[in-house]
Structure formats: C-alpha cells, structure tokens
Design a protein around this ligand. Structure first.
Ligand code: GLU
Length: 293
C-alpha cells in the first residue's frame, strides 16, 4: 500500500451527468470520499459534462443534490468541465505546436470502410477500433487546404511520435504495484472531436493535474485507458497521480450495474424511504460482494 502525502490524498469523483446517480456511482464516490477523509486529505466533485448531446443540466444538479444528502461533499467548488473549454483548447494548441496531434477528416463510416477493406480490425485494450492512421500521412498543405475549406475534423494524438518523446511509462497503484503502459495499442486516439472541441482523455488528465488530484479512484472499466492518460501527463509535464481501480457493482446475474439498464437511481430509493445510512450500507454490501465474485 502506498502511503498518502503529508497533506493526505486529494481524490475526486467525476461522473458524467448522463443520467441519475445509482448505487454503482455511490460505491465509487464512497471509495474516493473515504480515502480522502481517512488520510486527512480532500475530496473533490467534478462533473464531466463536455458532451452536450448526452449530458443534461438536470442530472448535474441532481448529482450534487444526491451527494449532499449523503454527506459526500466536495472540499472545493464543483468543477464543471463544460465551463472550461478554453483550458482544453490551450492544451490542444500546445500539442499542435509540438506537432504531436494532427487533424483527422475521416467520418466514422469512412473509418469502418477502410478497416473492412484492410481485412484487419485491430481493437484497442478498451475495445475501441484502432484508427488505421489514414489522415496521419496528409501533407501540411493538404491539411491546411481542407481546414480552410471548412471540412469538419477531429484532432488525433500521433501516438508513435508521442511515445517516442515520452519513452516507456509506468503508473503506480494504491496497492503498491507498478504497471507498465502500452499506449501504442490504442493507436492515434481522438483528443478533440468534431462535435466537441475536447475529449475525455484530454479533460480528465488536465483537470486531475489542475486540481492537484494525487489519487485517482475509478471503476476498473477505465483501467486500460490509464495508459493513454500517462502519455498526456508526460507530454504536458503534469504529475502522475497514484491510481486505484475498483471493481464495478454487478447485478445479481453478474451484469454490470449501469444507467442504461435502469439501475435504481439513488433519488428513487431516497423517495422510497431509504435513509442515507441504509443506502451507503447497501452500496458497501454490493461492493463487498462484487469484489468477492
Ligand atoms: N467521467 C467518467 C465516467 O463517468 C469517469 C472519469 C474518471 O474517473 O476518470 O465514466
């Protein structure tokens, strides 16, 4: 187990407000909240709401309200990513200046076609299709022409160039392990999308650094992408937090508890008469069963 710094752990819970919080979120928030509290550190709440098509203000407000009711309160003002696009643009500008990102004009359909034609469909460790690199080879003038013509584009990280710069990367886990990263397996990930001028990878690493998060706790579904996050941290000169990926809560049939399955919202349970203590005990029990499974 890694010991906390003198000031205790700075942790965060960073949900995307795409639905009401459920027991899985509560279990995750409790991990972060207790590690901060028990080490004399601070717990932060951050709303990862850059995707206006999926996130709703109503869910953001509800998340803060639910956590307040449970006594899981942010030690600083809640950060809403949608209010900070300038910060994320500045990161992208810097990477662009260092020629580590390139514009990608491919539509999803074009990428699917290209992959089908090549006969190989490599998947990244997070299950996403690896981008075949089509736009990486465009000349500077071709890029400039298309941008000037208003062709919609995303910005991708040139992963080989980036990792040539960073060298081999590792991260440390709370349990005391050292994990060697393999970011190249993800290919050239998107750092700014066509519809949203930022991406999860860019915003999460920027904000963890800005907010001084020293211990990132989150579900094990995000373990793999930590390799990408380490690259961005190394390129930007940001300190690497310690990581703790916890198991996800599962339904009795073993399926992951998720918003889309109508997992019971905390506020529905609250309205049905559950006390805050009982809800936390329920989340703890499910978490304990989940890790035992
Ligand atoms: N916003 C992400 C989610 O709701 C979590 C981000 C993180 O903890 O790194 O899945």
């Amino acid at each position: 187990m890694i010991l906390p710094p003198d000031e205790g752990w700075t942790t965060r819970f960073a949900p995307s407000p795409t639905g009401f919080l459920h027991l899985g979120h509560l279990a995750s928030a409790l991990v972060a909240f207790r590690l901060a509290r028990d080490s004399g550190g601070r717990f932060l709440l951050r709303l990862e709401d850059i995707d206006a098509t999926r996130c709703r203000a109503e869910y953001a407000t509800a998340a803060i309200e639910d956590l307040d009711w449970l006594g899981i309160v942010s030690a600083r003002e809640v950060r809403r990513q949608s209010a900070h696009f300038d910060d994320y643009r500045a990161v992208l500008d810097r990477l662009r200046g260092e020629e580590l990102v390139y514009p990608c004009f491919c539509t999803r359909a074009a990428i699917a076609r290209e992959v089908a034609q090549s006969g190989a469909a490599p998947h990244a460790p997070d299950g996403a299709l690896v981008y075949p690199g089509t736009c990486r080879g465009l000349s500077m003038s071709e890029r400039a022409e298309r941008i000037a013509a208003g062709v919609e584009h995303a910005w991708r990280l040139d992963m080989r160039a980036a990792t040539a710069r960073t060298g081999t990367l590792v991260y440390h886990t709370l349990e005391g392990g050292t994990v060697r990263c393999d970011p190249v397996a993800f290919g050239d990930v998107v750092l700014a999308r066509r519809e949203v001028p930022a991406s999860y990878h860019l915003c999460v690493t920027h904000d963890d650094a800005l907010q001084g998060v020293s211990l990132v706790t989150r579900g094990e579904d995000l373990r793999a992408v930590t390799d990408i996050h380490r690259v961005l941290q190394a390129l930007m000169g940001w300190a690497a937090p310690v990581y703790h990926h916890h198991p996800l809560l599962r339904e009795a049939d073993g399926r992951r508890l998720a918003k889309r399955d109508g997992a019971q919202a905390l506020r529905a349970l609250w309205a049905a008469g559950w006390s805050a203590e009982a809800l936390m005990a329920r989340a703890d029990l499910l978490a304990a069963q989940g890790s035992a499974a």
